[in-house]
Design a protein around this ligand. Structure first.
Ligand code: GRF
Length: 187
């Protein structure tokens, strides 16, 4: 199973995938890692791991549609079986979703359909829920919508900050992502 991973930030979820592949625990080929901006640690750590990387910089395109078309073409050039949005903070177009229909996997730091969007951890805390978690799902053209594959709960503890809670969620999220990819690769 060939995968392309898209990141916007530190890529710690991606790192868990890289580690699992290297350890022989996950039978996937990481064809490339791409970002929507320059200077992400996710791309840096991927190059250090010897992986193919690319940047389709959102700010270098006059319109969102042109950026989206360039991203779609670049990702398609790797002929991936699965495209993983792993902390990729851009909404892609319906054309991108159509190009990778049933292949675009997203991870989200909340129990969808609760708390979609860029601030899933903050929004769960602000609402006052006592349990949140993370979700791995097939992405469609909505914001954090699409068929759910796996979820796991994480308890919000007294004294949690957005950072401390997000870090605990990410510990679970990394495992959930690796396990989901392993299950898909085994099909
Ligand atoms: C993850 O919690 C992901 O779900 C969210 O942003 C975080 C990315 O973390 N959208 P990292 O870049 O993998 O460390």
């Amino acid at each position: 199973m060939r995968i392309v991973v898209l990141v916007s930030g530190t890529g710690s979820n991606l790192q868990s995938v890289i580690d699992a592949v290297k350890a022989g625990e996950l039978d996937v080929e990481i064809a490339a890692v791409g970002a929507d901006r320059e200077g992400t640690y996710g791309v840096e750590r991927s190059s250090e791991a010897g992986l193919e990387t690319f940047v389709v910089n959102f700010n270098s395109f006059p319109t969102r549609d042109e950026w989206d078309a360039a991203l779609t073409a670049r990702v398609a050039s790797y002929a991936p079986d699965v495209v993983v949005s792993s902390g990729f903070m851009r909404i892609v177009s319906a054309d991108f979703i159509a190009a990778f229909h049933g292949k675009y996997l997203n991870t989200h730091p909340a129990l969808l359909p609760a708390f979609p969007g860029a601030h899933g951890v903050r929004d769960a805390m602000a609402y006052g829920v006592k349990v949140t978690g993370c979700t791995v799902h097939w992405a469609d053209a909505g914001v954090d919508t699409g068929p759910i594959i796996a979820q796991e709960a994480v308890t919000i503890e007294p004294g949690d900050t957005e950072e401390s809670l997000h870090e605990r969620i990410k510990v679970v999220e990394r495992r959930l992502l690796v396990n989901t990819l392993a299950a898909l690769a085994a099909v």
